[in-house]
Design a protein around this ligand. Structure first.
Ligand SMILES: [Zn+2]
Ligand SMILES: [Zn+2]
Length: 393
């Protein structure tokens, strides 16, 4: 069934597309989503949620539809940040900000969730409450955690939480799902090396990190290859190396290596981290270099709850959509993993088209055709958990 009681679906989708294009035109990177939250709030308020909570752990925002009756709190979550990527498209809704654009489709995710406010205004929960969470700072892996840690979140803590992501490479409108591990854990590691600089004519008087670098990088790349250390897939990608300055008279005294660690399982991420630290410490001692290790953009693995996956499957069936179960988790990460670490929930994908530009690519633009697919999925999920009932019936 692709109808929703009391809703003129084509009109609602047109309104959501308009919002999506506004968000696309004025993109804001992680941590700066003030205006984005403002556009969304203006949209939501037309549908009179019982409460809107702004400024949760930054610019995240929640709209609540409360039945005032006993029942579960269902949270539906959309991310809303853009990326520091130059848009190469040239269409009327092109990004107005140089070097910033919506290249992950979070404009589309937010528009879908905003449209749900119209759906729920007409089809109220008959038990429990629905919380629509518009989450900031997904791309840097900070938003979800900040939301969870904000005291305001205590009042809206979910019994179940669901989210979706559009996925290029999959047939348009298909619902991509997997139980348990869905997206990988990942974490950036920054290894700062401090030796001692000297004149390039007398390297023996200093202590350059140079000789240590090849062994450091080689060892990092070998760690995931161990057959015995890990339960499942792990990966280390060296993303940045820097040493000294462009000064031919100077033997460098410092350097930095950065890498991204990835794993399907949170337990393997722990082991991977320990192995990296051990490797760095061993080499630092061998070369008498001070090494400082820090981390950035920490994403836990997204772990899909089995019952929540069943709800998604039934929502797809109710919406007459094709399910596409995958066998292996994705290698990319989503900060939704912070939610699934704490609450039963699930993230699913909606196919954006088999030959569609990839996420984070300069020519990507969210495919508006799948807004309806997302709305139908969220509607049928909410209906199963909160028994939505049409006010006019
Ligand atoms: Zn992204
Ligand atoms: Zn994304």
């Amino acid at each position: 069934m692709s109808q929703i009681p009391g809703i003129k679906i084509s009109e609602l989708i047109a309104e959501a597309i308009k919002l999506r294009k506004t968000l696309h035109r004025y993109p804001e990177v992680s941590g700066q989503e003030r205006q984005t939250a403002g556009w969304i709030k203006a949209f939501l308020e037309k549908y009179r949620p019982d409460q809107v909570i702004e400024g949760i752990g930054g610019h995240s925002m929640a709209a609540i539809f409360d039945s005032q009756k006993e029942g579960p709190t269902l949270m539906l979550r959309a991310d809303m940040d853009a990326l520091p990527i130059l848009e190469v498209n040239d269409f009327p809704h092109k990004s107005q900000y140089d070097g910033v654009s919506h290249k992950c489709g979070h404009d589309g995710h937010s528009a879908i969730l905003a449209a749900i406010s119209a759906v729920v205004a007409k089809n109220r929960p008959s038990k429990g409450r629905l919380v629509l969470l518009f989450q900031a700072e997904e791309e840097t892996g900070q938003g979800a955690e900040k939301v969870i840690k904000d005291p305001k979140f205590q009042d809206i803590k979910p019994d179940f939480i669901f989210s979706l992501h559009n996925l290029p490479g999959f047939k348009k409108h298909t619902v991509i799902i997997k139980e348990k591990a869905f997206a990988s854990a990942s974490k950036g590691v920054i290894i700062k090396l401090q030796g001692r600089s000297s004149h390039a004519a007398h390297p023996e008087k200093g202590n350059s990190p140079g000789p240590m670098l090849p062994e450091l990088i080689d060892g990092l790349l070998k760690i995931p290859k161990s057959k015995t250390d890990f339960q499942d897939f792990t990966l280390i990608t060296v993303i940045h190396v820097h040493m000294g300055e462009v000064a031919f008279g100077t033997n460098p005294g410092d350097g930095v290596v950065m890498a991204t660690l990835r794993s399907y399982r949170n337990i393997d991420m722990q082991t991977l981290t320990e192995k990296v630290e051990q490797h760095v410490r061993t080499l630092a001692a061998k070369y008498k270099i001070d090494a400082d290790i820090s981390y950035a953009e920490v994403f836990p693995a997204t772990h899909n709850n089995t019952w929540c996956c069943e709800v998604i499957e039934q929502a797809a069936t109710a919406g007459n959509l094709t399910l596409y179960p995958i066998n292996l988790p994705f290698r990319w990460s989503e900060d939704f993993g912070h939610f699934t670490l704490n609450y039963p929930g699930a993230l699913f994908g909606i196919g954006a088209g088999r030959n569609y530009p990839s996420l984070h690519q300069g020519d990507y633009d969210f495919p508006d055709e799948i807004i309806k697919t997302g709305v139908m999925m969220f509607y049928h999920i909410a209906d199963q958990i909160l028994n939505l009932s049409n006010k006019d019936v």
